[in-house]
Structures are given as C-alpha cells and as structure tokens.
Design a protein around this ligand. Structure first.
Ligand code: NDP
Length: 349
C-alpha cells in the first residue's frame, strides 16, 4: 500500500524518497509544480515507469481541502510522511510566509486523512529541534533537552520576532498534530498513530534540484560559515546551537518510524547525530581539503572544538536511539560529503 510523501522536492524529502523506494514502498509524492515532479521523475526513471512512484501536484498546502484529491485518487494510502513546511529566512509576512504553511499545511493533511483517508494508520511529521529547545538557554551549559522538552516560544513572539517565527512554526505545527490526533481519535482509523521526527541542523549531501544560489537553509548556513571564516582568525569560533544530524540519518528516521511498530507509536524522535562546533568543521576541512581551503579559511585552535561546548546546552536522545535503532553518521563523513559537493557546485557556477 502506498505512502504519501509531501514536499518531495525538498533537501530532506529527496533522501526520504530514495529510502522509501529502496525499501520497496509504493510512493505518492506531492510537489508544487510539474517541473518539480519531472526533476524527481528523471532521478527515479524505473520507479516512475513501474508506477512505484506517482506524483500529485498540490500548489498551495494552505488551501482548504488541499490534499483531498490526493486521497480521493489514492484511497489505499496507509501512511503519510509530511515534510512540506517553509524553512527560510526571507520573511516578509511571518504569518503568511511561514506560520500558515507550517500549521495549516499540517492541519490540512490531517483533515484530508480524517475525511478521505480511512486506511491511514501512520502519520510521520517532520518537526524540529526548534520545537524542543529554549533559545534563552543557548549559553547555559547546564541545560539539557530531550524528547519531553518543548520550546517556550509563544504565538506573539513567533509573529513579532522574526528570529522566532520559524521556531514557532515548528512548535505550533507539531502541537496541532498531537491535538488533532487526540481530538479526532474516535473518527480516525483505530490504529492511527503519530511519530514526530525532531532533527537539529541537517547537513550532508544534497540530492534535490539545487545550485549554490538555491541552497536550502541549513546547507546555506554551513556554506556561509565556511566562507565567512577569515583566514587570520585564531580565536575559537563558537556556534549557538551546536548539534547536527546527517541528512541520510534524518531521512532514515522517517522511514523507520513506519517500520518500528510500537517503539515508534506516538513518540517524538529527537534525531541528533552529535555536537558540532565551527572549530570541528574547520579541522575536518583542513584535514581533507587543505589544497582547496589552506590560507582561505581560519585555522582557529585545532582540536579544541569541544572547549566551546562548555557553555552550550546538552542533549539526551537515548530514548530515540533505543526506539529507532539508529546509528548516527559521524560529523567528519557528513562534512566531507557535503563539502565535496560544494566544490563540485563551485566548479559549475
Ligand atoms: P527545503 O526548503 O529543501 O524543503 C522544504 C519543502 O517544503 C520543499 O519541498 C518545499 O517545496 C516545501 N514547502 C515549503 N513551503 C511550502 C509551501 N508554502 N507550500 C508547499 N510546499 C512548501 O528544506 P528541508 O528539506 O531542510 O526541510 C524539510 C523539512 O525539514 C521542513 O519541515 C523543515 O522544517 C524540517 N527541518 C529541517 C531542518 C534542516 O536543518 N534542514 C532541521 C529540522 C527540521 P518547494 O521545493 O516547492 O519550495
């Protein structure tokens, strides 16, 4: 039976799609336009020919009933992975640009499940570390966040402070999903359950349609960090939220949420690969790419990245590790694979 994957054109979702197809799932993938569908179809020629992969165009996830036709056309959909949500900093109108698509988009998928998706037993929502951590504690080395933690961001802050808009969008979209499942339990499939996947900054290779000018937010953040690190800087650069996950692990978590039965049922999975500091990234780049980066990026204080973590919050995702069985890709591989791709993209630019 098919899995519905929303926002299939994105950085993370493109990896989720790869894994779903690899694990043999039939997939209905939603994208905003035919052009986005055709890029993905070209990557998955045989899956498209065999109809293992089908597309549904949903131009506006905020529109009431946006996903109704998807379920009417594919009444057998049994699981939904909802990733589509804006993650960028080009905010003009916080509500229209970020909060509505995140929150109403989530409610719209769930409403379509309620009215037309009686076979759906599993809803996997891409939430975020942003729904977990408290930005006010970013310099508190004694703070520790886990699967029970909730960001205290309020609706007013999310609307009025653009630095908090994205955090609010993830928190309130996740709350909307949990509330929906509780309030509609009697009318949803009796087996229905939710798993939220809460990743921090996602790094690692990109398999979606991308150029250096259209990098997704987290890849762009890393690219900027590398480019803005002046060669003569010998300080120990710090990083406010020093945790990451490899995109391949974050993607796998979404698929494992379909496969792990009770250990995934109504759980929040905090998929963190480890701590990362700017110094760690610099060390990895100097080790593997000295010909390209030597004299161009900072050296900092090699090997001392961990020192800058003393005043940073900690995380504990031991429950997620146990429930999912995930083994996380180390930072070194993540950065080497992504930077290799940045170099290729620079050659093409
Ligand atoms: P991308 O920007 O690459 O992907 C976002 C996806 O959402 C795209 O498919 C995009 O479609 C779609 N989307 C965004 N806004 C809308 C909208 N208004 N209507 C319809 N579709 C929309 O980013 P990521 O892959 O990084 O993000 C995927 C998910 O992961 C998001 O939910 C994000 O919040 C979450 N996340 C990401 C982290 C990261 O570090 N990257 C960390 C934690 C969570 P289109 O391609 O057409 O723009």
């Amino acid at each position: 039976l098919p899995v519905l994957l929303t926002g299939a054109s994105g950085y993370l979702a493109s990896h989720i799609l790869d894994i779903l197809l690899n694990h043999g799932y039939p997939v209905v993938a939603t994208v905003r336009s035919e052009a986005k569908a055709s890029f993905i179809a070209n990557r998955h020629d045989s899956a498209q020919t065999s109809k293992q992969l089908q597309f549904a165009i949903v131009p506006d996830i905020v529109a009431v009933g946006a996903f109704d036709n998807v379920f009417l056309n594919h009444p057998d959909i049994y699981a939904v992975i909802h990733t589509a949500s804006p993650f960028h900093s080009k905010i003009q109108d916080p509500i229209k640009d970020i909060l509505d698509p995140a929150i109403l988009g989530t409610k719209n998928v769930l409403n379509s499940i309620l009215t037309h998706g009686s076979k759906v037993t599993k809803f996997v929502l891409t939430s975020s570390n942003a729904a977990i951590t408290d930005p006010a504690l970013k310099n508190d080395g004694s703070a520790c966040f886990n699967e029970d933690s909730w960001s205290p961001v309020t609706w007013e802050q999310a609307v009025n402070d653009r630095n908090l808009t994205y955090r609010g969008s993830k928190k309130f979209a996740e709350i909307a999903a949990w509330d929906f499942a509780r309030d509609n339990a009697a009318d949803l499939n009796p087996e229905f359950s939710i798993t939220t996947i809460n990743p921090p900054m996602i790094f690692g290779p990109m398999v979606h349609d991308v150029t250096l000018n259209t990098l997704n937010e987290s890849s762009n953040a890393l690219y900027k960090l590398i480019k803005s690190s002046p060669p003569n800087d010998t300080s120990l650069p710090t990083q406010p939220y020093p945790i990451y996950v490899d995109v391949r692990d974050a993607a796998l978590a979404h698929v494992l949420a379909l496969e792990r039965g009770d250990s995934a049922r109504n759980k929040r999975w905090y998929v963190v690969g480890g701590y990362f500091t700017t110094q760690d990234v610099l060390d990895i780049l100097h080790k593997h790419f000295e010909d390209q980066v030597g004299g161009k990026i900072a050296i900092g204080k090699p090997g001392q990245g961990a020192l800058s973590l003393i005043n940073s919050p900690k995380y504990d995702n031991s429950r997620t590790v146990e429930q999912s069985g995930l083994k996380f890709i180390p930072l070194e591989k993540t950065i080497v694979d992504l930077y290799t791709q940045f170099l290729q993209l620079e050659k093409c630019a």
